[in-house]
Design a protein around this ligand. Structure first.
Ligand SMILES: [Zn+2]
Ligand SMILES: [Zn+2]
Length: 204
């Protein structure tokens, strides 16, 4: 693969697991179905996208899904209330996970971002994206390009009526503990009209 972009001084704000990092206040989301605290899955710094409509928004997208009763709360569904995508401002609030519920993944994985290179073998059937790569060089997702669906197109609509814009894809791969139904992919979207609305879903 190509050259990895790494910062020697500060960890990437695009990562899988841990707790939200480098953000302002977050109300930790609760599952509409079981009322338990959701699991924090990942965060994406929008500035890491090569899509100008996305990167011009300075926020950080936080992705959560309910894992309190795996398979029972429809956490794959963008509109079930069993997952959450929160677009939040950068900041330095210390965020802690709720004590009750399945709220954290097994591992925290910081992701480096690698520009698409058509001369190299790529992880996705797509182009013009930025690959999200862990410290061992494993591609765990991508930012930008298209959603590369596993099933049919499920691009969600915003409550304003506009189809949402794809931001990032996250693979259920590696040892992070992400559960997308077994080999699935998560898909994150924002509304470029409202600028503060986001949705998340997964397919396997
Ligand atoms: Zn639930
Ligand atoms: Zn909207």
């Amino acid at each position: 693969m190509g050259i990895l972009i790494r910062s020697a001084t500060s960890p990437s704000l695009t990562k899988i697991g841990g707790v939200p990092t480098g953000v302002g206040h977050v109300d930790w989301p609760v599952c509409k179905s079981c009322k338990g605290a959701m699991q924090f899955i990942a965060q994406v710094r929008l500035a890491d996208s090569d899509d100008p409509e996305v990167s011009s928004l300075s926020g950080i997208l936080l992705l959560f899904a309910c894992q309190n009763q795996p398979g029972m709360c429809d956490d794959w569904d963008a509109d079930s209330g069993a997952n959450a995508a929160l677009l939040v401002a950068p900041g330095d609030e210390p965020i802690t996970a709720p004590l009750n519920g399945v709220t954290k993944l097994d591992l925290e994985t910081f992701l480096s971002l690698e520009p698409y290179d058509s001369s190299l073998s790529q992880a996705f059937d797509d182009d013009n994206y930025v690959a999200a790569v862990d410290g061992d060089g494993n591609v765990l997702g991508k930012i930008g390009g298209g959603p590369v669906w596993k099933q049919g197109d499920e691009t969600p609509s915003c409550e304003c009526g506009q189809p949402m814009r794809f931001v990032a894809l996250l693979e259920e791969r590696g040892e992070s503990g992400v559960n997308f139904g077994g080999g699935g992919c998560g898909f994150a979207f924002i509304c470029t009209r409202c600028n503060d609305k986001a949705k998340f879903l997964w397919q396997c």
